[in-house]
Design a protein around this ligand. Sequence first.
Ligand SMILES: *Cc1c(COP(=O)(O)O)cnc(C)c1O
Length: 363
Amino acid sequence: MNRVYNFSAGPSMLPLEVLEKAAAELVVYGESGMSVMEMSHRSPDYEAIINDAEAMLRKLMNIPDNYKVLFLQGGASTQFAAVPLNLIGRTGKADYVVSGQFSGKAYKEAQKMGYDVKCVATTKDDNFDHIPTVTKDMIRPDASYVHVCFNNTIYGTKYSYIPDTGDVPLVADMSSCIISEPVDVSKFGVIYAGAQKNMAPAGLTLVIVREDLLDYADPKMPTMLEWKTMAENGSMYNTPPCYTIYVAKLVYEWILSIGGLDEMKKRNEEKAAVLYDYLDSQDYYVAPVKKCSRSMMNVTFVTGDADLDKKFASEAAKAGLKNLKGHRSVGGMRASIYNAMPKAGVEKLVEFMKAFAEANPKN
Ligand SMILES: *Cc1c(COP(=O)(O)O)cnc(C)c1O
């Protein structure tokens, strides 16, 4: 069977070049005589892999030297707990911006631990159709940090600006937009991301943390969640997600080979424009997100008729355009067009949308 265009929000498409390289090296890696899956994480071959992965990511994202890069397990959801546990010691308080489901979960997790947490801005009353405007005066000056979700995977919104939080460290969940375009890491205290959207298969969680923020952990916290312990042990306090880190390295290598994040951004903008330009040119489909907050990675749209939406997703799947059904909590359609989605896939989707609208008139 041929490969389809997979619009899944995550786990999602990986670049074909990466899958082919991984396949070629699957059984025997280099001169090691074994698969990466079978290697000790303490072996010289594996150490080279994880060190290269970190070096390539640092180059790709231009990560300053005073930031640690951690390759962890547990998914982005584990970081919803790890963030307060590692940082609350600064002042005992934390502020949250709730712009969608995942940032809501992060907020609730911190609340659950009994900390003094405050939601400083939300767009809940507008069905999360845009990103709130966050200004310095909204933030408690004695907050340990401000947490945001930079790209809302479910609603299809993204920050078009980096909030100015003054001296309060900005913590961002970038699970669904990491390495999709250049970002000024120095504006953030912590960036974290589950890998399965734009970076690697599931099982790896990336944390990029400014060194001076490693000293505020709650002393009673589980060691496995402590960034400082992980940083001091080069992400190898215990066995890291070895194979997933290896695939992430292949993904970083691929992006570097095409010209880095500037080129990645250019391609992603072109792809997203194919879809948004079409959405803006007609009235059969409606894009519910306000233009100022549109995501380049997750594009949501509806026909306005739940039965038609259902028919759309199932007929699209038959045409080789898979996983276009919107998140179960929102409905409609969602096209996740991460780094690995080729422009041809988005063009094919737009052709399908036109044909579907023609064949299924609304009355
Ligand atoms: C998918 C996603 C999560 C959850 O990630 P897990 O790795 O499944 O825990 C959190 N935040 C955002 C923005 C996501 O897209």
